[in-house]
Design a protein around this ligand. Structure first.
Ligand code: URA
Length: 209
């Protein structure tokens, strides 16, 4: 977990990232969305990338997906103050569809360009457990062939000494709400249970429910 020196360095890295132009996403951004939260809690959540609300505020997971994530964290026995939250990319990836701007998944080049920031944050926070929130994070951090629907909820103990687990992205869970209510309920339960498992793993109590 982050040392005092690590926390100071983390603040320096976060400040430096604000001027980043390592990929083209800087051209459309309002804010660079750097990680925030508790660097001493032992859990780091890695999302996909900022959406409209995050771009507007400069903070991760503050829109509808973030609200579901907050509720799921609470049901898993965690609060925002217990975890550090960041993203695979720090600027909002967008596409123009029918004349309006919408979010899109980050491209491989954008994910690669953001890697130094991701790596610095990960190493300075130095969590015991990394929760990959959604497929892009799991592909970037666990395995590029990761299949989120099949492999979520499993622990991966990596050479860096950390345990990784992937869960469903809350934006995906929200999309299920109007499409298939049963699938929504199951996905939401899975999100909560993955976060609960991450909490137990971080506290060295992995076998309890
Ligand atoms: N979705 C993400 O993956 N990250 C955010 O910060 C917000 C929405």
């Amino acid at each position: 977990m982050a040392t005092e020196t690590g926390s100071t360095e983390l603040n320096a890295v976060r400040a430096e990232a604000h001027d980043c132009q390592r990929c083209d996403l800087w051209q459309g951004r309002t804010h660079v969305v750097v990680g925030e939260g508790n660097p001493h809690g032992g859990i780091l959540l890695m999302g996909e990338g900022p959406g409209e609300n995050e771009d507007a505020t400069g903070r991760p997971f503050v829109g509808r997906a973030g609200q579901l994530l907050d509720t799921a964290l609470e049901e898993a026995g965690l609060g925002r103050d217990d975890v550090y939250i960041t993203n695979v990319v720090r600027c909002r990836p967008t596409t123009v569809k029918d004349g309006s701007i919408s979010n899109r998944a980050p491209r491989a080049g954008e994910i690669a360009a953001c890697e130094p920031w991701r790596w610095l944050e990960l190493n300075l926070v130095d969590p015991r457990v990394v929760v990959c929130v959604g497929g892009p994070a799991a592909k970037a951090l666990i395995d590029k062939k990761f299949k989120i629907t099949e492999q979520r909820g499993q622990f991966f103990h990596k050479e860096d000494g950390r345990t990784y687990i992937a869960t469903l992205h809350p934006a995906y869970v929200l999309r299920l709400y109007s499409a298939d209510r049963d699938a929504y309920r199951t996905a939401r339960e899975n999100l909560v249970s993955d976060l609960r498992h991450a909490r137990h793993q971080a506290s060295g109590d992995a076998d309890s429910g």
